[in-house]
Design a protein around this ligand. Structure first.
Ligand SMILES: [Zn+2]
Length: 449
């Protein structure tokens, strides 16, 4: 729509909305011009009462000063204008029947109970499933199959079951039986053993070959923030898994040898197969952090993956990292460090990395390749041990790498220097036996000059 150049002089918000409407724009019909605080409050309540009938979801109403001249006088704080404020409605809740509880097996094997509901319209959409989080959540609220349950949806969050109508349970005890839910002892997807780890709310399928885990792992691996392989989303992966063309991450990179079979798959024309295979090949060159994130290490998101890639510079170095070094990284706690360490100690991980390396995936962090500064330690291998007087382990490691040196976790004949601080243990002992030069922090700093 073209707006005429001789637009009228507008002095209020409501005038501008009316003007936009005249010009053919879609403007919300729910705005009101109010003259007193009482009018504002009743308008807010009216919108709140009507919001269920809207074809879109709203979580609040905004109260604004109408006159532009007043807006100018009111101005803004460093973050917000002073002439507008939002009123947030409480999240919508509704009762419906819990028909069944289904188990969803996630990427890490966690079994999540899902409520299958009598469909109900809530906050702009029809809801037929809601999360029950975990077994503790169900027990604490005494949620049973057959119950009338209250569900809530707030913002973009998945709808959740929040409470049970106990009255209804009593009233319906003759007509609608309730059944208590128990977590299955075997995985509903693969029949593998289900275990609850100490101190965890989650039950997990422990079968590493569980097809549900593999499928969800593949979805994660190819996703936008990970390897970002276009054309290999959940639906296509489902088909390729069902057809046996993919049974693990490595198979993605062998699809090029099965072109004919791919073209044979319904809706996968020659052109889209070509595009898919190109996309897979091109993404082999991805930055290292994408691969690290794609592997789906517990507790490790995209940001932590970047820290790992930048710090270690290569998959090989990362695989050798010891828990202390990992824990000293920015934003890495004990649990994350342990999780990364255990992940790379797992023979399955090591086999997968070797396979992906063989298939030609990038295993180094490009930005790390060239040392920032050339010095006496360029190309030398260091082992760190004990507590240094001023340098943190991660900082020392960073300095070494910036000067072109490498860090290793164990002392061997290939070690050039051992940087030792207080309470250095067996590594220092071993360095002495092998006659490797041992540095104090002071001597180390001297070398960097
Ligand atoms: Zn399973």
């Amino acid at each position: 729509q073209e707006i005429s150049a001789d637009a009228p002089e507008l002095s209020t918000h409501s005038e501008s909305l009316e003007y936009l409407k005249e010009q053919g724009f879609r403007v919300s019909s729910m705005y009101r011009v109010c003259n007193t605080p009482e009018e504002v409050w009743s308008a807010v309540q009216k919108i709140g009462a009507d919001r269920e009938r809207l074809e879109y979801e709203i979580d609040g109403a905004v109260i604004k000063t109408n006159a532009f001249s007043q807006r100018e006088r009111l101005g803004a704080t460093s973050k917000f204008p002073r002439w507008a404020t939002a009123y947030k409605y409480p999240p919508e809740k509704k009762f419906t029947r819990l028909k069944e509880i289904e188990i969803h097996v996630g990427r890490t094997g966690v079994l999540t109970p899902l409520a299958l509901l009598e469909p109900v319209f809530l906050a702009g959409s029809t809801i037929s499933k809601a999360t029950l989080h975990n077994m503790d959540y169900i027990r604490e609220r005494d949620i049973r199959i057959g119950d009338m349950v209250q569900i809530m949806k707030a913002g973009d969050v998945i709808p959740a079951v929040v409470s049970v109508d106990r009255e209804a349970r009593i009233q319906e005890r003759e007509t609608v039986p309730r059944t208590e839910f128990t977590m299955p002892e075997t995985c509903p997807e693969c029949g593998g053993p289900v275990l609850r780890e100490a101190g965890e709310a989650a039950f997990r399928c422990t079968n590493p070959e569980c097809p549900a885990k593999i499928y969800r792992g593949l979805i994660h691996f190819t996703s936008k923030d990970a390897m970002n392989i276009e054309g290999l989303g959940p639906a296509v992966l489902r088909v390729l898994c069902d057809q046996g063309l993919i049974t693990g991450i490595g198979d993605i990179y062998r699809l090029k040898d099965r072109r004919a079979e791919l073209i044979g798959i319904e809706r996968m024309g020659e052109k889209s197969v070509e595009n898919l295979l190109n996309s897979i090949e091109n993404r082999k060159k991805n930055e290292l952090y994408r691969l690290i994130f794609g592997l789906g290490i517990r507790q490790v998101g995209a940001a932590a993956s970047k820290v790992l890639a930048n710090h270690f510079g290569s998959m090989d170095a990362l695989m050798q990292a010891d828990p202390e070094t990992l824990e000293s990284l920015e934003d890495f706690g004990h649990i994350t460090a342990e999780s990364v360490y255990e992940f790379f100690q797992n023979p399955r991980t090591r086999a997968l990395i070797a396979e992906l390396k063989e298939l030609g995936l990038n295993m180094v962090c490009e930005t790390k390749a060239a040392p920032l500064v050339h010095s006496e330690i360029t190309g030398k291998t260091f082992v760190l041990t004990g507590t240094l007087p001023t340098l943190k382990r991660a900082d020392a490691q960073k300095l070494i790498e910036e000067h072109g040196g490498k860090c290793s976790s164990s002392v061997s004949s290939k070690t050039d220097y051992v940087l030792a601080g207080e309470e250095a243990g067996s590594k220092l002992e071993r360095a002495r036996q092998l006659g490797i030069r041992i540095l104090s922090e002071e001597e180390f700093r001297e070398l960097l000059k």
